[in-house]
Design a binder for this molecule. Sequence first.
Ligand SMILES: Nc1ncnc2c1ncn2[C@@H]1O[C@H](COP(=O)(O)OP(=O)(O)O)[C@@H](O)[C@H]1O
Ligand SMILES: [Mg+2]
Length: 270
Amino acid sequence: MSQFEIKDQVSLDNIIELKGIGQSYDHGQNWIIKDFNLIIEDKPAQGQFVVLLGMSGSGKSTILRYISGLQKPTEGDVLIKGKPVDSNTHISMVFQQYSSLPWMTVLDNVGLALRYQGVSKKERDERAMELIKLVGLEGHESKYAMYPTLSGGQLQRVAIARSLLANPEILLMDEPFGALDIKTRIQMQDLLLELWEKFHSTVIFVTHDISEAVYLGDDIYIMKYAPSCIVEHIPVDLPIHRNRDTKRDIKFTEIVHHVEDTMIKVSGNK
Ligand SMILES: Nc1ncnc2c1ncn2[C@@H]1O[C@H](COP(=O)(O)OP(=O)(O)O)[C@@H](O)[C@H]1O
Ligand SMILES: [Mg+2]
């Protein structure tokens, strides 16, 4: 039995459990995901940064949709803190595509979750402004959240601020920096690490970029595909507080090479 096969006991110490997941869109003739197992322990006071790394089409977005409750797998269980996923868990999601509402201002976009909770406009605006400052968008709060009024990087800052306002226990990020130019991408990676140290959420970050995975992640899970499942867990043995120098550390390069070799080995199976 490999470490990724199902363990029967349900433990409340796990924040996310995906057990025996299978996905077919043609009544079981083809399986896009099969025997997918992933268990993520809860580290409440500390949070954690988990990266799912896989080629395009390996089912990464699908896995995030299961965790958020947007989709149910054909087979298997998705448990959040030992229970089937429901609307009571504080889960936020940031997508690759800009997901802000372009007919609303930055301020209203960031405060959106609170509006649904019935929080007064005054309090909403105050709390949204705190986040807007944190992500470096002060002065842009009255602009409409649309391109090209705001740049791609600024729109992702809006999305991150909005997702953090709800102070989520679980923050799902689906290739959030995939559409950004390299400089903005690096700035956003550093911003995300800085915010994460404040918020201590459990972040599940999906990417196909190896260097991004190693820079951000505490734990990298590598997915193979056709059908998709996790084939390797690589703990990232780098300092918790990362910065530009981390990328020049020989250890960083060694881990990138190790992950690269594993990805190549894995894609040989497709
Ligand atoms: N509704 C659907 N019907 C058929 N195939 C689908 C459907 N949704 C997703 N897929 C397939 O599932 C696979 C995984 O998709 P996805 O989770 O988006 O992968 P990734 O995010 O890793 O690129 C892809 O091959 C995609 O074509
Ligand atoms: Mg995807």
